[in-house]
Write a protein that binds this ligand. Structure first.
Ligand code: SF4
Ligand code: SF4
Length: 480
């Protein structure tokens, strides 16, 4: 009953709802397709990247720096603002540990006595139940492994591949590897992963400032439990008061009951009354534990989800400050740039290379031809017919040069490439140079004939025209 009344004040239930939402999104998102495209897919199989339901070719890797910049800025912004909010509210490691330790082992199988005591060992004589918990977790680990793979091998391919596992051993190997790691990590490594392995845990503390939100013990109300360095105000790791009596002796107004419910519930086995610690994953279990203890005395929790300065000064935290605004602005700019880049994507790719021959002449110098190797790629979801024209540098039509080959538009299926030998020709005198051949800058405008406004690309190249005297010699030979 007390828990029911307290429910709206406890972070635990709010975290559970977030865990459920994240799990549903992670499981369902890879199955959602719009125009055949996924929200996020890094598909090495077909060399494609899907982002915000738009498909990109791996050659369009100009998007990757934006994604990386956004990732880093997002981590900086989130950590400066909310500390290890990711760890406590969204990290798969935390979610999996809650599923295994609190749901499976404690609530469902009764191997552990209470979720309020994460320090206590498992009950004795529960080997059978331990095996059941292990097997259930192993199954869930394989589902999590497959779920992870769906962001690299889309579910529509995954369902086909899984029916012929021997032909897709790399994919199977990854799923088995991820599942094996998750089984070891969640059942044996536990929170040691957060403390010793996770790289984010190592770097996050440098992004903290006095206004970063975290689990904070209110020393002013609760009383000084640990001795602190007088210069830095940081704990020196030695207890000043070992029990309530000693605490009251040094501070008669100290409110901490010394029940240590906050210590027992901590999954990383720390005492938050010692101050900010690297091991704290911001799960706020200690805040909930103290809410219950102090709530029964009609007082607010001594452990708050707040900033150190705000707790000291009994105020709300300052979210808007120079660092958070700067990260927020940079993140918004990177996001807008990414959105803009993803909407201005090229629906076709074109590489234009000249052949080794500078030029050729036909009809005794009356026609000058240049040959090119063009690689067309249809990066759209639909089949199209493509063709191209020649423009001058100022993008006006270069009427004197015409496309001799291919002489008509050609079809190209969605996602396919084709190599074409293209021949551009002219019957006019484009330059009169008596000393050398002339290179004339041109632009190839290639487009889909069925959608020339949306699907169009421009590539710069040159058209080589022979020395005027050599050309005239050829023409004279013919007339004699
Ligand atoms: S739960 Fe609250 S009252 Fe109990 S020891 Fe922790 S801080 Fe003190
Ligand atoms: S001190 Fe422990 S219980 Fe409290 S937020 Fe940090 S990790 Fe969680």
């Amino acid at each position: 009953m007390a828990e029911k009344k307290l429910k709206k004040h406890l972070y635990r239930y709010k975290r559970y709802y977030v865990f459920i939402a994240i799990t549903i999104v992670a499981l369902v998102l890879p199955w959602i397709r719009i125009n055949g495209n996924h929200f996020f897919l890094l598909n090495f199989d077909h060399m494609k990247v899907h982002l915000f339901f738009v498909k990109f070719d791996m050659q369009e890797l100009y998007l990757m720096p934006f994604l990386l910049i956004m990732g880093f800025l997002g981590v900086f912004f989130m950590t400066t603002l909310g500390g290890r909010v990711w760890c406590g509210w969204a990290c798969p490691q935390t979610i999996f540990r809650v599923i295994y330790r609190d749901l499976l082992k404690t609530k469902l199988l009764g191997i552990r006595k209470s979720i309020q005591n994460k320090q206590a060992p498992d009950k004795k004589g529960t080997t059978g139940k331990q095996i059941i918990a292990f097997v259930i977790w192993a199954i869930l680990a394989f589902i999590a492994g497959a779920n992870f793979i769906w962001y690299f091998v889309p579910p529509e391919d995954f369902l086909k591949y899984i029916q012929h596992p021997s032909e897709h051993m790399v994919m199977i190997g990854f799923i088995v590897g991820i599942a094996a790691f998750l089984i070891y990590d969640i059942t044996k490594l536990k929170e040691d992963f957060c403390i010793y392995v996770c790289p984010y845990a190592r770097v996050q503390s440098v992004m903290y400032d006095e206004e970063t939100i975290q689990a904070v013990y209110d020393v002013g109300r609760g009383g000084q439990i640990y001795e602190v360095d007088p210069r830095t105000g940081v704990s020196i790791g030695k207890k000043k008061a070992h029990n309530r009596k000693e605490l009251l002796a040094q501070d008669p107004d100290a409110e901490c009951t010394y029940c240590e419910a906050c210590v027992r519930v901590c999954p990383t086995h720390i005492d938050i009354r010692e101050g900010t610690q690297l091991e704290c994953i911001n799960c706020l279990e200690c805040a909930d534990a103290c809410t219950k203890v102090m709530g029964s005395l009609g007082k607010p929790s001594l452990i708050e989800w707040n900033s150190i300065s705000a707790v000291k000064e009994h105020r709300r935290p300052k979210f808007l400050r120079f660092r958070t605004i700067a990260y927020g602005v940079a993140l918004t700019v990177a996001f807008i740039a990414l959105l803009w880049m993803s909407t201005t994507k090229e629906y076709m790719l074109l590489n234009v290379n000249r052949t080794t021959e500078l030029y050729e002449t036909e009809d005794h110098g009356k026609i000058v031809e240049n040959a090119y190797i063009m690689l067309f790629q249809n990066t759209d979801n639909k089949d199209h017919k493509y063709y191209f024209t020649v423009l001058k540098e100022d993008k006006t039509p270069f009427k004197a040069i015409y496309v001799k080959k291919p002489n008509k538009p050609f079809p190209l299926s969605a996602g396919k490439k084709v190599k074409k030998i293209a021949v551009l020709a002219t019957k006019e005198i484009l330059a009169k140079d008596y000393k050398k051949d002339v290179t004339i800058p041109i632009i190839i405008k290639a487009y889909a004939v069925d959608d020339p406004k949306k699907i169009v690309v421009y590539r710069k190249t040159i058209f080589a025209f022979p020395r005027y005297d050599n050309l005239m010699k050829l023409r004279k030979e013919q007339s004699q």
